[in-house]
Each structure stands twice: as C-alpha cells, then as structure tokens.
Design a binder for this molecule. Structure first.
Ligand SMILES: C[S@@+](CC[C@H](N)C(=O)[O-])C[C@H]1O[C@@H](n2cnc3c(N)ncnc32)[C@H](O)[C@@H]1O
Length: 262
C-alpha cells in the first residue's frame, strides 16, 4: 500500500513556492464561523504541510496546532515558526492517530489533506476531540473550476499522458460529503471563494511539480522530458506565456447537528 505520508517528500520546495495561497476571505470566514478569536477555541490543522493555514490563522490570533506526518513538510513548518518567533505546537503524526490528548479543539481543519486520510476513521476519532459547538472544515481548490481553465486543461491532458494509472490512493476516493454526512459532523455546507490567479509558465510548471501527480520523485528519470512537454503545451496554448485564471477555493463546513447534544 502507498504511504501517503511520504508522497510529498520531493515536492516540498515547489509546494512552498508555487502553491496558491488561500484567500484571506476564506480564512477570516473560518475564524468568524467558529468564533475562533475568543482565546479558548483551538484549531487542529491536520496535514498542515509547511503551515500554509497554520500561520494564517495564528496571525489572526487563533490558537492552532499543526499536525503533519511528513518529515520534510514538518521541518519547513517548524523552521518557519522559529524564524517568525511564533510559538505554535507542531505534532509529527497522522490524522488517524489524533486522539483526545490533542484536544479539546473547536475545529479540525484539513487543507488539501482530507483525501489522503482514512476519512471515516478520522471522523470517528474526531468525535472525541472536537468540542460540542465545533466542527470539521475541509478546504481545497475547486477542482471543477480548475479543470475548465486553459492551464487546467493542459494539466488534465498531461495526467492522461504521463500518469495513466492515476495517483496512489485514488481507489479510495469519493466525495468528502459522503464521509461527512454519516459522521458526527453531519450538517454540511459548501461555500466557494473565487480568486483570480496570474501565472507564468514557470509558475504553472512549478505548481505541477508540487503535486502528487508530477512531483520529481514520482516522475523519476522522466522529469526533464515531462518539463519540456509541459512547457511546450502551455506555450502552444498561450504564446505570451502569461495566463490569467478565474479559480475558486471550496470550503466544506461540517458541524454537529444542532438538535443533538453531545
Ligand atoms: C497537499 S498537502 C497540504 C498542506 C497544507 N495543509 C496546505 O493546505 O497547503 C497534503 C498534506 O497531507 C499530508 N498527509 C498525507 N497523509 C496524511 C495523513 N494520513 N494524515 C495527515 N496528513 C497526511 C501530507 O504529508 C501533506 O503534507
């Protein structure tokens, strides 16, 4: 079985440099929906990677713990915290290993990470960790919007040609809602946050290398020929090499049902 916790070993540098920043509007919405600046409520940022959301929340005065099983990702998060002088706990563990000692927490947040976990098991565990008024928040780029943009179409074609077998763990995919609705966090609301992104070809290719499809470890000896192919397809589509895309981030807010006291 594929170890999803090492998939990003070779992608960390590209990840930090080329992944899209989460929209500030979305981060503020998460804070407001769960009243996270009361000095009591804590967020567990699970699969926090280099701390993209952890630091954004900390900057807004939220108590947050980063949880991450991948060593190189965790090292970047801890190094950034040291550089910024931020006192943020970062724990080296998987979502599946989260337990009541990590709580109580108001929110379990998954930024582009929920699909890597055993979602039903993790939601069961979180029932003992999340406080009564709290919930689970799952955020990522809206894949439907992305697949329809010019770069998105190039990426889809590259996936078909370079990764015909898909990505590890894909067999256990399925909609997040299908795991959330039967869980203790069954009241689910989906919100889209539109963003505009301007990309150069370097940005677009750097972003590809940050993904589980096209990270250098996965491409192996094919990495250079992949890059040549990706660049030429992008330039064929847009000879200026500059792209402006209307994208969207999706957030699923999953709460305990109001009528059910925990
Ligand atoms: C695409 S990155 C997301 C990083 C960050 N949350 C963000 O939004 O930018 C996915 C992260 O999930 C982590 N991951 C993989 N399997 C996991 C598991 N079972 N439990 C928790 N995190 C996991 C990976 O190591 C990786 O850092």
């Amino acid at each position: 079985m594929t170890d999803t916790t090492t998939l990003f070993d070779s992608a960390v540098d590209h990840y930090v440099r080329y992944r899209l920043a989460y929209p500030a509007e979305m981060v503020v919405d998460i804070v407001n929906r769960f009243d996270l600046t009361d000095g009591v409520g804590r967020v567990l940022d699970i699969g926090c990677g280099p701390g993209s959301l952890t630091f954004a929340l900390h900057g807004l005065g939220v108590l947050v713990t980063g949880i991450e099983p991948n060593g190189p990702m965790l090292a970047v998060a801890r190094r950034t915290a040291t550089e910024l002088g931020d006192d943020i706990p970062f724990l080296h563990k998987t979502a599946e290993a989260v337990n009541p000692d990590d709580g109580p927490a108001r929110v379990a947040l998954f930024g582009r990470s929920f699909h890597w976990t055993d979602r039903s098991l993790v939601l069961q565990r979180l029932d003992d960790v999340i406080e009564p008024g709290g919930g689970v928040v799952v955020v990522h780029e809206d894949t439907k919007t992305r697949s329809e943009t010019k770069i998105g179409q190039v990426v889809e074609a590259l996936k078909r040609d370079w990764c015909p077998d898909g990505i590890p763990g894909a067999a256990s995919r399925g909609h997040h809602e299908d795991h959330l609705r039967p869980s203790a966090f069954s009241e689910v609301e989906r919100v889209l946050y539109p963003v505009t992104r301007r990309w150069s070809v370097d940005d677009a290719v750097g972003h590809m290398f940050s993904t589980s499809y096209f990270n250098p470890q996965r491409l192996g000896s094919r990495v250079d020929s992949f890059e040549i192919d990706a660049r030429s397809r992008l330039l064929e589509l847009e000879p200026s090499g500059l792209f402006e895309e209307k994208l969207a981030f999706s957030a699923l807010y999953a709460k305990r049902p109001r009528h059910k006291a925990h």
